[in-house]
Design a protein around this ligand. Sequence first.
Ligand code: ATP
Length: 618
Amino acid sequence: MTDRKTVHTRYVIRELIRRAARYRAALNFAIAASALVALTGFATLAMLKPIVEVVFDQPRGAGNGMLDFLLAPVYQTIEYFVRWNRLGTLAVVCVLFFLISALRCLFRFTQVYVTQWIGNRVILDLQRDLYDKITGYNAAYYARRPIGGLLSYFTADIRLIGVNIFNSFSQLLLDPFQIVVLVIGLLLIHWPLTLIYALVIPLLIFTVRYFARKNRRASREAQDVVARIGAFLQDHFRLIRVVQAYGMQDAQRSVFHRETEDNFLALLRKARAVAMSSPINELIGVAAVCVILLLGGWVIFVQQSMPASDFVVFLGGLVSLYQPLRRIERTIQEMQHGFAAAERVFEAMEENAELPEPAAPVKLAGLRDAIEFDGVSFSYDGERPVLAGVSFTARRGEQVALVGPSGAGKTTLVNLIPRFYDPTSGAIRFDGVDLREMSLTGLRSLIAFVPQDQAVFAGSIWNNITCGQSDVDEDRVAEAARAAYAHEFIMDLPHGYQTVIGDEEGGALSGGQCQRVAIARAFFRDAPVLILDEATSALDSESERRIKASLEKLLRGRTAFIIAHRLSTILQADRILVMDEGRVVDSGRHLELLQRCALYQRLYRLQFEDQASAAAPS
Ligand code: ATP
């Protein structure tokens, strides 16, 4: 039902660049600032030349044309103010050095701030896009994924993208400029020596790529394990009472130990790649500098084609070049962790799991006539049928109760009405309009849904009832809560409707109170169609009585599909569908079915007779 796509690093990089390019003006600004940082960096380096000349009493301003050109204003200033007085020259150079460095710091501040701004914007967009995309996926997507795994996209993965990719972003943008400026400077000072040094660059690139690949693979494994651990813990804590009651601690602990061990091993593989890459690259770099030192000595002493002051600047350039070269390597290593996380996030965003929406949706204002199931079949996996040829019509205002043994397909059937899934064949129609011809929001605005349990969100009671709708009339909310017999207990809470469920002050609601909030939500929605999965959990008789009364009110005048667990529901239902193995085997009112349907008689005896005898006066 979904088409899972594997994304590769190249795709991830392209996609991240595309997202950063949305902020073109800021990006251009950051690029310009990076170029200025690199240029001012080289300018401070060039200041070594007059220092060496004056300190070692060398010929002044002789040698390479490029450095002379760059330093011409410096030489003029020295000539004008201090006429090569030794201390005076040093003082002039220091002042100029300080001024250029101050400019460089300003550019660097701008560069870091703007790149961080872009990075954080991209992360913000990514979080929102991921949320929008995943929330639109169909029920099949959610059925296959543990909640903890979904959460880890938003927590661990997004954090890793932020920390490992965008924290390095300013450095990554700056270092290529520094490398280019330094390489051009070095070439202009002494191109043969520069070319010899350049021979190590392919070697560096090769080792960087080799270790980066190893690192990325290990990171991806580690993140997959982290997602599995998240999913495991989510389940573990949700079901902690079951775990404790059934003494499952040891079994759970061994699963947890196994997963954390896998995580540890993946992190070790990553650590190995990181730990090996730096020393190897350092050795290559040091060997190259040694070769250049020897050759440089030969050029100065034997060939005498370069003044020593130029060679000092050249060596300073080589050392400075080594820093960004190595840093790029480290940054690339660090980014692998972020890329692995981004791979997971983009894979989640590329899942093709949305229900198709019509180009020109039909809009229905309400339900006038009937809901029709016409030969509806459904399968989750495309093989095993879960519903087979279900046909019936529910007239407007009718209450349809679904009964059947566990696994008969009752939940699946009601899930097709709000299009959590689409039928594999056949059609469901509202007033003759196939659900697939309506927009999902249009269809769902006609339906209120009261699930069995777990139906309140962490958040205020107000938001729970209004579903976050803004500009809501206070009286309407209170009226809905009154109808659900919830107003009284809500007013007794510390902050009334604004009490936050689940926080320390508001505390937790009882099972019956949660159900009443869910019923209040359905009243508030005031939709013509109601889907109700009756709670099976036993409540105390007072709570039960209130819920029963409020549901009766809620059902009045609405077309309702009820997965029935209460005797009163089947007694009042206009029609009961008896389901077995995905088929509707009989339908009718309670007494008719009790007389003619063997399965119904059996179900009645198992599920409902107890309630009948409990309700009978003793
Ligand atoms: P119960 O009364 O126990 O809730 P039910 O009548 O509501 O059962 P369904 O939940 O609709 O039955 O399940 C019908 C069949 O479909 C079952 O065999 C179940 O195993 C299968 N099924 C349910 N949900 C899924 C799913 N997400 N993926 C695959 N199979 C599923």
